[in-house]
Design a protein around this ligand. Structure first.
Ligand code: ZN
Length: 308
């Protein structure tokens, strides 16, 4: 009986937590296993003892990820000491945190927007910093990652919505941003790039942890989620802004891509993908970011095909 009750309680808590994160719209969640102490805070919303968490007095440069799903939540530059016993931040990574009215009616709970993990509470109007906001977070809900550990890779393979959608699902990828790369004009807009004569391509910036996924594995995936043999664009999107291009940072990356192209050619693929040196990446307009996740739709011209 006790077991059944516990199961029911766990299910209700899970459903509530997942509801909060609009879980159903996010098909790709890699949830890390939680120990008993982590479960009590992250799923059952307990609070760790003040002054006990490992990130309370902790000042290294980097990013704080969600313990449960590894989504990046806070940056070290926004951390400050509120003398309260818990790590405090006056800002969060855009879109990473969801605010929920607490059951007690006056506090505002904060949860991971990706997986619904309980993080702590947010307070305003206390006057600690200019931003006048204090995200009071349980250390145990966080996992710190040194900034220099993360690397960036740039790919263009047709409409960036679809490329972003698939690469974002990959474990070891911490974020994917849709944008423009390859042209010269400063601050290009979608309208500029749509003309197809600016040199810009719809591209994505992938931030990844090389300890979890290699550049080669990421590039392989890129070749498998779009058609690298199409010359004039991608799927129904025709134009030079939709061509298949990999933007490399150095000789090592170029060598990796050349090797993969040779492998694909040996399998009979007439590869249209070209390799270019990285130029300035401009983030696209807000309505292009996380397009499919926000709309609850799936890509119209991208899909996974095993090629390696
Ligand atoms: Zn999370």
């Amino acid at each position: 009986m006790k077991k059944i009750l516990l199961y029911l309680l766990l299910s209700v808590t899970l459903i509530t937590a997942l509801d909060a994160a609009e879980f159903l719209k996010l098909p790709s969640l890699h949830l890390n296993k939680l120990n008993e102490q982590e479960t009590s805070v992250i799923l059952y919303k307990a609070t760790e003892k003040p002054f006990s968490g490992k990130y309370y007095k902790f000042n290294e440069e980097g990013v704080y990820l969600c313990k449960q799903c590894s989504a990046p939540l806070y940056r070290s530059k926004d951390k400050f000491d509120a003398h309260c016993g818990w790590p405090s931040f006056d800002d969060a990574i855009p879109g990473a945190i969801k605010r929920v009215q607490d059951a007690d009616g006056y506090r505002t709970e904060i949860v991971c927007a990706n997986c619904g993990a309980h993080l702590g509470h947010v307070f305003e109007g206390e006057g600690f910093t200019k931003k006048d906001t204090r995200y009071c977070v349980n250390s145990i809900s966080l996992q710190f990652q040194k900034e220099e550990k993360l690397k960036k890779a740039y790919f263009a393979g047709g409409c960036f919505w679809g490329v972003e959608y698939y690469l974002e699902k990959q474990k070891g990828v911490t974020s994917v941003v849709s944008g423009y790369m390859g042209g010269k004009k400063k601050n290009p807009t979608y309208q500029d790039v749509s003309k197809g004569d600016t040199g810009y391509l719809e591209a994505v910036q992938v931030t990844y942890d090389p300890g979890k996924i290699s550049y080669e594995a990421l590039a392989k995936l890129f070749f498998e989620i779009h058609d690298p043999t199409q010359k004039d664009g991608q799927g129904p999107d025709i134009g030079s802004q939709y061509k298949s291009v990999i933007f490399v940072a150095n000789k090592k990356e170029r060598k990796t891509i050349d090797k993969l192209i040779t492998v694909l050619q040996s399998k009979g693929y007439a590869i249209a993908t070209t390799v270019q040196k990285q130029t300035v990446f401009y983030k696209a307009e807000k309505y292009h970011q996380d397009y499919y996740q926000r709309k609850g739709k799936t890509p119209y011209c991208h899909g996974y095909v095993k090629r390696f």
